[in-house]
Design a protein around this ligand. Structure first.
Ligand SMILES: [Zn+2]
Length: 355
């Protein structure tokens, strides 16, 4: 039986507003709890009109200059990649690097996990969000999966995969050139581990699996459910951990290494749809992570999951979109309600699909 509860509560805040002659103003703050982890996010409807205060428009001139300047020294552009990026030992990857279409996978020069790969996604040094095609993303995911399965053969301890994207400086990328970073670890990193442990606890307490229950309930409620692409269910997170968070959950598989080619294509298609949404909302910077657990993992009920968020826009002297609330209190601010984001994202999944 499903044990999922979508809990929220409201509190009132009173201030004397100087811009309204110090008359009393009441703010209603809604606090939402993530149904699996209990992590909180907060929503004040008054902030919705202040979205420009939080996210000014991208500065096209600044971006053009940034792209032009960074292209001159980019180690992922053209022949530079061959000369300046590391290779895996032949015993692991005979060619040293994995190439699929324009995607090229190679080791990170400064790994932060047992296996830490970088995947340059395109020949192009810069892509608008609407230019991240399903083919470009899909080839990157296929290169990632090929490496995961190579590592699986060599290393029985390699159990947890996180395929991650940082796009542009507000998202933490040090290079402009579109790329992914993949970590393969013997033990999952913090959030990934919390998800897996919470799924196991949920199964023990409820006698059913968390993600299948979540899919069923979100489909029944409907307001945050967006679309289905193959085995992937796309939803807006009830209590998001980032701005405009969209989640995709695979209905049956928990291991990225075992996903079928059509699973990867369906995932890439959905990512490209969400990036097009972010583009139309005026955003340019984003993060996403695809999390996986190899069998036999202790995470009964865990599924391969994608979490995707937009980040701060690029303009001079921009402020970071993480402040004490997110970094230290681990509480996210909701600017657009998940139910509203789901409503507009559905339109992007309805557009004609050619892949
Ligand atoms: Zn480049």
């Amino acid at each position: 039986m499903s044990g999922i509860k979508f809990e929220s509560y409201e509190s009132e805040s009173h201030i004397l507003n100087p811009f309204k002659g110090f008359t009393e103003e009441t703010h209603i703050v809604e606090v939402r709890k993530d149904p699996l982890l209990g992590d909180k996010s907060v929503y004040n409807p008054a902030l919705k009109d202040k979205v420009k205060f939080f996210f000014a428009e991208c500065d096209a001139g600044l971006i053009e200059k940034l792209v032009e300047d960074s292209a001159k020294t980019c180690i992922f552009c053209g022949d530079n990649l061959e000369k300046n990026t590391p290779q895996y030992p032949q015993s692991l990857v005979p060619e040293g690097r994995i190439r699929i279409g324009e995607a090229i996978l190679f080791p990170n020069l400064f790994p932060v996990s047992k296996y830490h790969s970088v995947i340059a996604l395109s020949k192009a040094h810069f892509l608008k969000l609407s230019e991240f095609s399903p083919e470009i993303i899909g080839n990157g995911l296929r290169a990632a999966q090929q490496f995961v399965n190579t590592v699986y053969v060599h290393d029985q301890e390699a159990a947890f995969v996180a395929v991650n994207a940082n796009y542009l400086f507000p998202a933490g990328a040090t290079l402009v050139h579109p790329h992914l970073q993949m970590l393969i670890t013997p033990s999952a990193y913090s959030y990934h581990e919390r998800l897996i442990q919470a799924c196991f606890k949920y199964s023990q307490e409820n006698g059913s699996e968390y993600y299948p229950d979540l899919i069923e309930q979100e489909r029944a409620i409907g307001s945050r459910y967006i679309s289905k692409t193959g085995g992937w269910h796309w939803m807006a997170a009830f209590s998001p951990m980032g701005i405009n968070e969209i989640v995709a959950v695979h209905e049956s598989d928990n291991d990225f290494g075992k996903l079928s080619n059509s699973d990867l294509i369906d995932l890439a298609y959905g990512i490209s749809r969400v990036l097009t949404l972010y583009d139309r909302l005026g955003h340019l910077s984003f993060n996403y992570s695809i999390l996986s657990a190899r069998e036999p993992a202790d995470g009964k009920g865990f599924r391969c999951i994608l979490k995707m968020i937009s980040r701060q826009n690029l303009y001079p002297n921009y402020r970071n979109d993480d402040y004490f609330l997110q970094k230290l209190l681990q509480t996210e601010l909701i600017i657009n309600l998940p139910e509203e984001i789901a409503m507009i994202t559905r339109n992007y999944f309805k557009e004609g699909r050619n892949v």
